[in-house]
Structures are given as structure tokens and as C-alpha cells.
Ligand binder design. Structure first.
Ligand SMILES: C[S@@+](CC[C@H](N)C(=O)[O-])C[C@H]1O[C@@H](n2cnc3c(N)ncnc32)[C@H](O)[C@@H]1O
Length: 301
């Protein structure tokens, strides 16, 4: 542990030192980054008020920039909490990035990290014709990250975003206001489809999908996230099964369901063997996202 006078004095030096400390602390990276260097850079840039993207145009000037002493002390304070309490960094910063957008987060919601971001950036092409997407449903909206990113990607759409938990919807409301989409993102407290009305061109869901028995295998960072956002029955697929059973009734004839089940993909395939799931591959990582058309759902159930 360094003393106050020994903190690295430059942005680059501080990032390197934080990364070494994170490595030594044996933290788990998986809440927005997948390695200690990226996580250290997020921490340093956020506390110092720097845009890491600026490093691309002038890396030398960026990384050799001097850090004020007070900033180094604040960074170290967060670093200690990150390592000692194993708190995911976005909960400490009260911010997570998803689909290129910043979202307020705290322990009432899961830290956004869904591979859906890549699909949203591609406007769901070639699976959907973007101009045909008018009504979207996001089930289990949490921070609202997927619903809001969808509203931004499909500017002519109306998004209904549901969550079981009023606490999560309070966080989603903060983000809906932050991104000024109050007129297009409607937040509804609902147990899956229970309070949902009408039909949708696109239904998206990143429901809880961790098997209850896996709780002891998860890194300590997960213990700070709401259980209701992680677990769904013995095999993790209780919510997903209900969504698959009911989705067809809420889809337009040309509509599409996109559902994330992580490593539950093989189990879901086996349980619904008559459904022709399209399992997607992602350039930026992530797995277990399936697409199903309304026609497929109606024929296969
Ligand atoms: C895996 S988190 C996803 C949050 C957010 N969509 C994201 O991608 O970061 C699952 C969310 O589903 C919500 N949820 C769990 N069971 C639900 C249910 N029966 N009905 C509606 N929402 C539910 C949880 O509260 C949680 O916010």
C-alpha cells in the first residue's frame, strides 16, 4: 500500500498502479469491463473527470497529464472499497455505460452489461426492418438501459418498459429523465406480461437467468446485485419459460422476440425443442441471446 505522497502523479501512472492493485486484490471484472486495465482506466477517468476517448487522438498528452493530489486520494478511496468490499465499480461511480450511453445505477438494479447493446447498435438488422418497429416491450427493464437505448435507436418508436420491482423502476425513471425520453418510454410495474396491454413489433427481455444452485459459484461482486435480477428458479429459466409461453399473444404478426438466457441456452433449446431458436453471435462478447419470430412461436408451442 502506498502512502499519500507516493501516489503516481500522472494519469497513465495512476491507471497502471490501480490495475496492479486490482490484480493483487483478485477482483472479478465483469460489470462493464472484462480486465483490470479497462477497469482502472474507468475509475481514474471518472474520478478525474476525463474522457478516456480523448486518449485516442493524443495518447502521449493524455497519459502524461498530471493528476491533482486530491484526485489521487479520491481514486484510492474508491479503489479500497472496490477491493475490500468487492463492490462493482459502477455502483461506486453511480454510473454505467451501455450502448454508448451513460446510466445512473445503484444497488437497486443490475449493472448493465447485456450483449443486446450490439444488437441495438445494429438496429436489429438484418432480423428486423427498422422502419417497421413502432411498439417495443422491454421485460425486466432494471435501470432502463435497454428500453432507453432502444428508444434512441428507433426514434419513431414507443417503448413499454416493465419491471416487477418498484425500486428498479425508480432507477429507470432517473435514466428516462436523464435521456429525455419521458414521452416515449413508459414505465410499468408488472409481473412479466401481467399489466401489459396491446401488441408489439419487438419484445426484448434480459430476464433473471442464473440457476439458484449457482449462487455459491458466483464471484462476491454479484452479492451486491438484487437477487430478483439474477435468479429465476432451480434451473434459472422460470421467467424465460413464462415469457416464451406468453410472448406470441403480445407480438404483431411480423413481430420478433429477443430473449437473453446466457448459459441457459442449451437447457432452453431442449425444453422447447419444437421452437427454431436463432442463437446470435456477438463480436464484442456475450452469448445466449435468441431470436424467435411471432410465426415461429405460434407454430412451435
Ligand atoms: C437481468 S436483470 C436485467 C436488467 C436490465 N434489463 C439490464 O439488462 O441491465 C432482470 C430484471 O428483471 C426484473 N424481474 C425479475 N422478475 C421479474 C418479473 N417476474 N416481472 C418483471 N420483471 C422482473 C428484475 O427486477 C431485474 O430488474
Amino acid at each position: 500500500m502506498v502512502t499519500r505522497n507516493e501516489y503516481p502523479t500522472t494519469v497513465g501512472g495512476m491507471i497502471e498502479w490501480c490495475a496492479q492493485e486490482l490484480e493483487r486484490g483478485d477482483v472479478f471484472c465483469g460489470h462493464g469491463t472484462d480486465n483490470v486495465i479497462d477497469e482502472a482506466a474507468s475509475l481514474v477517468c471518472a474520478v478525474a473527470g476525463l474522457e478516456h476517448a480523448a486518449a485516442i487522438s493524443g495518447p502521449q498528452a493524455f497519459y502524461t497529464r498530471a493528476l491533482p493530489g486530491g484526485v489521487a486520494v479520491a481514486i484510492n478511496g474508491m479503489l479500497r472499497q472496490r477491493i475490500e468490499q468487492r463492490l462493482p465499480l459502477p455502483y461506486l461511480l453511480k454510473e454505467a455505460w451501455f450502448a454508448g450511453l451513460p446510466f445512473y445505477v445503484d444497488e437497486r438494479v443490475l449493472v448493465p452489461r447485456s450483449p443486446f447493446a450490439e444488437l441495438i447498435a445494429a438496429h436489429f438488422e438484418p432480423w428486423l426492418e427498422p422502419s417497421s418497429v413502432r411498439r417495443i416491450l422491454d421485460i425486466g427493464t432494471g435501470s432502463g438501459c435497454i428500453a432507453i437505448a432502444l428508444a434512441r435507436a428507433f426514434p419513431a418508436s414507443h417503448v413499454v418498459a416493465v419491471d416487477l420491482m418498484p425500486d428498479a423502476l425508480d432507477v429507470a425513471r432517473i435514466n428516462v429523465t436523464r435521456h429525455a425520453v419521458q414521452d416515449r418510454v413508459e414505465l410499468v410495474q408488472s409481473d412479466l406480461f401481467e399489466q401489459v396491454e396491446g401488441t408489439f413489433d419487438l419484445i426484448v427481455s434480459n430476464p433473471p437467468y442464473v440457476a439458484e444452485g449457482e449462487v455459491t459459484e458466483l464471484p462476491p461482486e454479484y452479492s451486491h446485485e438484487p437477487n430478483v435480477g439474477l435468479f429465476s428458479g432451480a434451473d434459472g429459466l422460470d421467467s424465460s419459460r413464462r415469457i416464451l409461453q406468453d410472448a406470441a399473444r403480445y407480438l404483431t404478426d411480423d413481430g420478433m422476440l429477443a430473449i437473453e438466457v446466457g448459459d441457459g441456452a442449451a437447457r432452453l433449446d431442449a425444453a422447447f425443442s419444437k421452437l427454431g431458436f436463432i442463437w446470435l453471435e456477438f463480436e464484442s462478447g456475450g452469448e445466449g441471446v435468441a431470436l424467435l419470430s411471432a410465426a415461429e412461436l405460434r407454430a412451435g408451442l
